[in-house]
Design a protein around this ligand. Structure first.
Ligand SMILES: *Cc1c(COP(=O)(O)O)cnc(C)c1O
Length: 508
């Protein structure tokens, strides 16, 4: 085998590496070239993508995925990344496309995408200070910044992988407080702990309750009014009833932006009710958190400053790449329940010292943790918070315009109202009965999904199937949405014509 010295110079930087594929001083040039290639390929996708997806069938995708030989000899960086471009990017769902109107996925801002490349290469883990240095300080600053926007002057918190984890940690802290307050053995207390939220609360709330050892029926559903907002009188009644039976309200979870309808529960009134019964108030603002930056709609979150904890998903309404979320608490001391000291990481003796290093692992359910905060940092520094707030306003305004459009549409019926940017509607032309309309909605969604031309979501409210738009693209226009609504209508009519045809043929 040739020694390093006599080995012929590799042809191009792309495959220029001896031995390992690590990013080091030796491969810095190759790194630059490889990322240049990837950036070029992705940019070309953005230039040429014509629909939210190519909409191929799953069997086809399974065949493509299975065809890759994961145990074979490596093909080299350039070829592997070219293959990934064809396989992954070539079959991805594009959230920036104006006909993508389905779930809570946002298009992402450039400074955050660039920061993602930076943090992936440096690979900081923000668990202990000695692994992260300035990164920990930057994350802490953003936590304080978010706490400030919420109205927690002495707040604290931590970045998490998403709203699901933020909600789990919030309920974990609530459980710790309930245990402290009750002063009794966990085994005796757990079966009596209850969580109150509405039916529209995110499913991660009840899953967190299960994970925390609460009873299967521990999450009590507080009724909502016609718009879908928590009925505070019913909440007060439920809290009072618990006190009488010896059960304990561990937490009340209010939602600031329900996943389905974008509804914000009445936060000030809920805070009053919760205070009277000494429970933990968690506000799940995974969706509505972007309003913290809005110059015209911030008041919709009034009362959030009275919560004990708040979930914010920057990867939903701050246009950040996944993952980017935080749990923010009003009282710093409440986070202490999360701390766990390991001699090899964050010894207890050191943590107690006056000038203890800020180890974020003390505040997190995770150990190794991404420096996601860098993305929000570069976003705020590049664009400023007002620009992000304006983007949130733009999608809320768009939702209002689409609702107005639908209100005048004879074929499409719009449901209720929203505080954010969802539109719930269904195809229901004159003369179509409920049962057939119910059957049509999921079919319409499916046909659009398979075509790849437009993506809408579906949901069921009080037993009735609806179609749903989640508008998170501030560059999408009413015309863009109208074009998707035209497709919905045409698809619905096509289905009706087809079934009429089938019925006539059957009669022959
Ligand atoms: C999306 C969402 C969640 C879950 O957040 P992930 O980031 O997907 O884990 C929780 N609560 C609400 C209200 C949400 O909309």
């Amino acid at each position: 085998m040739a020694s390093l010295a006599t080995r012929p110079a590799p042809a191009a930087g792309r495959t220029d590496r001896a031995g390992t594929g690590l990013l080091t001083a030796r491969t810095a040039d190759a790194y630059e070239e490889l990322l240049g290639q990837v950036t070029h390929d992705v940019a070309e996708r953005f230039r040429t993508v014509r629909a939210p997806s190519v909409g191929p069938d799953r069997r086809h995708l399974e065949r493509l995925v299975d065809a890759a030989d994961l145990d074979g000899p490596g093909v080299g960086d350039a070829a592997a990344l070219e293959e990934a471009d064809a396989l992954y990017a070539g079959h991805a769902v594009w959230f920036h496309h104006p006909s993508y109107l389905a779930h809570l996925n946002c298009p992402v801002v450039l400074p955050a995408v660039a920061a993602e490349a930076m943090l992936a290469a440096i690979n900081t883990s923000v668990d202990t200070y000695d692994q992260s240095l300035v990164a920990t300080l930057m994350e802490q600053r953003l936590v304080r910044w978010t706490a400030g926007r919420i109205g927690f002057p002495a707040g604290d918190g931590v970045f998490t992988s998403g709203g699901t984890q933020s909600n789990l940690q919030a309920l974990f802290l609530a459980r710790a407080r309930a245990e402290r307050a009750a002063g009794e053995d966990r085994a005796a207390l757990l079966p009596r702990l209850r969580v109150l939220s509405t039916e529209a609360a995110h499913f991660s709330v009840s899953r967190a309750a299960t994970l925390l050892g609460l009873r299967e029926d521990a999450v009590l559903t507080v009724p909502v009014d016609a718009a879908g907002r928590m009925d505070v009188a019913a909440l007060s009644t439920a809290l009072a009833a618990l006190a009488e039976t010896g059960e304990r309200a561990m937490a009340v979870v209010a939602t600031a932006g329900t996943t389905d309808r974008g509804i914000i529960d009445p936060l000030p009134e809920i805070a009053d009710a919760v205070r009277a019964h000494d429970a933990w108030l968690h506000v799940d603002a995974a969706y509505g958190g972007g309003l913290l930056l809005s110059r015209t709609r911030r008041r919709l979150l009034d009362g959030i400053e009275r919560a004990d904890s708040v979930t914010v998903d920057y990867h939903k309404t701050c246009f950040q790449p996944v993952s980017s979320s935080a749990l923010i608490v009003r009282e710093r001391a409440d986070l202490a329940a999360t701390a766990h000291h390991a001699d090899y990481l964050n010894p207890a003796a050191e943590a107690a010292s006056e000038d203890a290093e800020p180890n974020q692992v003390d505040k997190s359910l995770q150990t190794t943790r991404r420096f996601d905060a860098l993305k929000l940092w570069t976003t705020l520094r590049s664009l400023g918070p007002d620009a992000i707030g304006d983007m949130v306003d733009a999608v809320c305004d768009l939702a209002d315009e689409v609702r107005e459009m639908l209100a005048e549409d004879p074929d499409l019926h719009v449901l209720g109202t929203t505080d954010l940017s969802t539109v719930i509607f269904r195809f229901r032309p004159e003369g179509l009965d409920d049962a057939r309309a119910d059957a049509l909605q999921p079919l319409i969604r499916r046909i659009l999904f398979h075509s790849g031309r437009a993506m809408v979501a579906r949901t069921t409210i009080d037993g009735t199937p609806w179609l749903k738009l989640t508008l998170l693209n501030p560059e999408a226009t009413p015309l863009d949405v109208a074009a998707v609504l035209d497709l919905v209508r045409a698809t619905g009519r096509g289905l009706l014509a087809g079934s009429r045809l089938a019925a006539t043929e059957g009669a022959r």
